[in-house]
Design a protein around this ligand. Structure first.
Ligand code: ZN
Length: 86
């Protein structure tokens, strides 16, 4: 972070905005928003697991438990990933 010597104790307006952007980005995840584009996450059923899928960028966001559940099934593409990592 670049701070001018005369403003060591005060964040510039631009820096404040960056901090606020980052804070909003983190909060967006908590509120069920896409961390990538802040689009609305929609639960989409997939193999008995509800995956949060972004309605805007189609990104898929999983909880750890959800990923484990899918890997535990060990089939198809996800199964092959598990074979790589275990
Ligand atoms: Zn998104």
């Amino acid at each position: 972070m670049h701070v001018k010597p005369t403003q060591q104790d005060v964040l510039t307006e631009r820096e404040m905005r960056t901090v606020e952007d980052e804070r909003q980005r983190v909060l967006a995840v908590v509120r069920g928003r896409c961390p990538k584009c802040a689009g609305e996450l929609v639960p989409v059923p997939y193999r008995g697991v509800e995956r949060d899928t972004c309605s805007r960028c189609q990104g898929v966001w999983l909880d750890f438990g959800e990923l484990d559940q899918m890997l535990a099934e060990g089939t198809g593409f996800l199964g092959s990933i598990r074979r790589i990592f275990t």
